[in-house]
Design a protein around this ligand. Structure first.
Ligand SMILES: [Cu+2]
Length: 194
């Protein structure tokens, strides 16, 4: 309905202006041509009519013009609302993709090596990504290897550490030290993954 009302007011404003202009033109050109003494005796009447048109025009501009301005503000408000909604949607999408990109963390398993044994806090591990954090607690270099997968760390100096990142399926695996003679000396340990 506001649109129809506004259109009606614009037409009203236009018609009022048209009548006013026609009257002004007629007063200037038409009436003097056919009635040379115009306004003549009707001077007072002419002034009254001119004033009525003048204030009528002012009123028309105020009433109809105000309605048009209101409509304009409403349209401007609608325009500013739309981009705000778009921004919110984009932020939600970004947050969702960030969350889905996060991977499950690997299980961290501390391993202590020394002459000549390998010690874990538990030999029962959960299947999936596992990070063995091998620490050389002995006095000579060692490493940590997994017989079934072939993975192994670099040679770890006394007091040093090295990580071994693997993904293990359910089964039994042997951890050992690949330095010659160390496995036979006792640096081996069976673990169970389930
Ligand atoms: Cu060793």
């Amino acid at each position: 309905m506001p649109l129809a009302l506004s259109t009606g007011h614009e037409i009203g404003l236009g018609v009022t202006a048209l009548v006013f202009i026609l009257f002004a033109l007629a007063s200037s050109f038409l009436f003097p041509r056919y009635r040379p003494d115009y306004p003549g005796r009707g001077l007072l009447a002419f002034i009254v009519i001119a004033f009525v048109f003048f204030f009528g025009m002012l009123t028309a501009v105020e009433v109809f013009g105000a309605e048009s301005k209101h409509h304009g503000e409403a349209a401007a408000a609608e325009t500013t609302t739309a981009p705000a909604e778009t921004t919110t949607t984009q932020q939600t999408t970004t947050a969702a993709s960030t969350t889905s990109a996060t991977k499950p963390a690997a299980t961290k398993v501390p391993v202590s090596e020394s002459e000549f044994k390998i010690v874990l806090s538990s030999t029962q591990l959960k299947a999936g990504p596992i990070t063995f954090e091998a620490k050389n607690a002995g006095r000579i270099p060692h490493d940590l290897a997994i017989k079934q997968t072939g993975d192994k760390t670099k040679l770890i100096q006394p007091g040093g550490t090295s990580e071994l990142k693997v993904t293990l399926k359910a089964g039994t695996y042997e951890l050992y030290c690949s330095v010659p003679g160390h496995e036979a000396a006792g640096m081996k340990l069976n673990i169970t993954v389930s």
